[in-house]
Design a protein. Sequence first.
Length: 318
Amino acid sequence: MSIFEGWKAISHNSCMDGSAAGVLYKTFGGKDISFLSPSQVDEKVREWLNNDSRKLLLADVSVSVETAQLLEARKYDIVLLDHHKTAYPLKQFSWVEIQDPNIRCGSKMLYDWIRKQLFKQFDNSLLAWKLDRLEVYERFIELVNDYDLWNKQFGKETADLAAFHYDCLGQELFIERFLDNPSVVLTNEEKYLISVNNHKKQKEIEQSKKHIKIVNKLIQGKERRVGFVSVSGYHNEIAEVIYSDTELNVDLVVMLFGNRISFRAPERSGVDCSKLAEEYQGGGNIRSSGTNLSNIIGSTPLDMVINGFDLQSLQNKS
């Protein structure tokens, strides 16, 4: 029997760490997995609690303390693995593993958890084969961890994998690729796709620097220079270029992408992005976090257009 046969899983949407968790989950028998933003997890988990008898894996996402208290009734059916600072209040629960200090991303935590389960569940006749299936993903998880924690230890190898996920394939196709081929050695076709998107990325970065709006804001008790910019992707790369620019001298970058708001801050700023996101029902880490725009303004951009679009009024004016 596979480890996750008959389980339900939830992980982080639009995130390479969440995608890597999905690869591991499916490799070891999992089928049903939902990828959600942090603000959606509580509702989905409560739905599971009331209607689903299967075991539940939460990887790279967490729940509120209030929801966790409800889950105590089924604590033997749940595994929660998270490394985000916004999850630290959950340390009190026995079924929760929180990585503090933040030295392992969610998929790395899942990789280590699976390894422990293999030794518990399988004898020598199957153990070696199961370990081989896991360890083919060792380098893959190392690179995901390197990117997700902003370590940048492996340079271009990490950057290319991130570009392959965020700029080229997206979550679903990225998972399919690494289920089919665990190797992080990219084919010539994959490298070309990355090079094309790197060119587009550079153009996007240049445009973002031209259109950024910098405003002084009181953030966490101190006046900061905050750069606001609308983007179409490349959040980490754009933010790093902006806050590394000594002329801009920005302490916090706030990026709008559809209905998502992303916060990025350099270490020198002293800004805790996780606390910013938590104020608006989001999640993340000290240097990087996000939430839905609707959590801030009470409506999605599309809803605002729909509500403000009065075709009859326009016809009358004409």
